[in-house]
Design a binder for this molecule. Structure first.
Ligand SMILES: NC(=O)c1ccc[n+]([C@@H]2O[C@H](COP(=O)([O-])OP(=O)(O)OC[C@H]3O[C@@H](n4cnc5c(N)ncnc54)[C@H](OP(=O)(O)O)[C@@H]3O)[C@@H](O)[C@H]2O)c1
Length: 367
């Protein structure tokens, strides 16, 4: 039985992958990393055939040993600054026990790789990055590019491991995840909307991002998992794929739509925020990146006179910059492999996400 080990399987993205994998591939043995026994129990309660390995990214030996026994490893947890964890994954996969075929590593990165960190917020960006046309550039970015250090670490394992990177821009929708059913971006969005008392955009919101529903994103992993399973079981009949699915150039963007202008995004969100009682008008305020960063940090308690601007390398500035940046990415590789998105109406999606987030806040006693 082929063995798949998933890291980040309790997350928004990882939970959608786990759900699809367990539900549709009974021939696969699945292991999942869980940070504690309680989280492990939740995973097993929902998926009795999943075996949990309890540990975190600092459990290097555990991760290496588990990867050594796996045929396919998926990382759907964070990447940046976790070089040591990813090195442990690669070491384990390189030294896999048994099997004539190289093992597989599907890693989650992010489209921030192509973000121009100097770009002023809210301006229009002309370029749509394409993972076929721009492949050479994507796999040879300077180390200063966000995600590049860990992307390089993964891709450079290609001689010994079948590697592939999946790189999303904005991921939305409700996930079947046991731990994080709602998008990672929701807490900061709600904090800012409540602090501004309205929807907002940076400058004129002329910047744009690619977007994908988390369930469509999970189906991209399945394209790669199925190819790996077919090779591992000697049943792969794909003689001539349009490009090598694995290896040092296997960089896949994840988006269903490559260009969602922030102005349109927030104009669409405003009535939904009003409908669900988060704000009392449909106004979309024009604000600056620094104002957003301060609200991400201080929320409704923001005091314009007292609060220092968050440092440029802080999480708050990173989020604010993302809201004003251009992250237009096209998933040409996945489409060439036959993947098509099923979810295209992101406002319909947000009409589910917003009340679900409010409900979750109530459950968690956050408000
Ligand atoms: N979502 C997006 O829009 C987006 C866009 C670009 C890139 N990405 C990349 O995709 C990754 C996953 O995104 P997501 O939205 O699924 O995030 P998420 O919902 O926060 O899930 C993160 C997962 O990683 C696990 N994790 C975090 N830190 C860990 C640690 N130190 N040790 C062990 N496990 C740890 C979490 O475990 P717990 O359940 O225990 O917290 C959870 O399973 C992001 O970190 C980012 O690198 C996401």
């Amino acid at each position: 039985m082929p063995k798949v080990f998933i890291i980040g399987g309790t997350g928004h993205i990882g939970g959608a992958i786990l759900d699809l994998l367990v539900g549709s591939r009974p021939e696969v043995e699945v292991q999942a990393l869980a940070r504690d026994e309680q989280k492990a129990a939740k995973v097993v309660a929902k998926y009795p055939r999943v075996r949990c390995v309890v540990g975190d990214f600092a459990s290097l030996e555990l991760i290496e040993t588990t990867c050594r026994c796996a045929d396919i490893v998926i990382n759907a947890g964070p990447d940046i600054t976790h070089d040591e964890t990813l090195q442990a994954v690669v070491r384990g996969l390189q030294n896999r026990e048994g099997g004539d075929v190289k093992s597989y590593f599907i890693h989650t990165s992010g489209a921030y790789l192509i973000c121009d960190l100097q770009e002023p917020g809210g301006v229009k960006g002309e370029k749509v990055w394409d993972d076929i046309e721009d492949n050479e550039q994507l796999v040879s970015m300077p180390d200063t590019a966000v995600h590049r250090v860990t992307d390089k670490l993964v891709l450079s394992a290609a001689p010994h491991v079948n590697v592939a990177i999946l790189s999303p821009a904005g991921v939305t929708g409700i996930s079947p995840s046991v731990g994080h059913p709602l998008p990672i971006t929701m807490p900061a969005l709600f904090k800012c909307v409540r602090a501004f008392r309205s929807a907002f955009m940076i400058d004129e919101g002329a910047n744009a991002v690619g977007m994908i529903h988390v369930r469509d994103f999970a189906r991209m992993y399945m394209v790669l998992i199925d190819d790996a399973l077919a090779t591992l079981t000697g049943t792969n009949k794909t003689d001539s794929p349009p490009f090598p699915l694995w290896g040092e150039k296997a960089y896949y963007f994840a988006s269903a739509v490559d260009t969602v202008y922030r102005r349109d995004w927030f104009a669409g969100l405003a009535p939904l925020l009003e409908k669900h009682g988060v704000v009392s008008s449909r106004e979309v305020k024009s604000v600056t990146t620094a104002e957003v960063a301060r609200r991400v940090l201080f929320g409704e308690n923001y005091d314009p006179d007292a609060a220092a601007a968050p440092p440029p390398d802080s999480w708050a500035t990173h989020i604010a910059h993302g809201l004003g940046a251009n992250l237009r990415v096209r998933a040409s590789r996945m489409r060439a492999l036959g993947w098509e998105p099923e979810y295209m109406d992101f406002m319909e999606t947000m009409d589910e996400v917003i009340p679900a987030y409010i409900e979750r806040e109530k459950e968690n006693g956050a408000k």
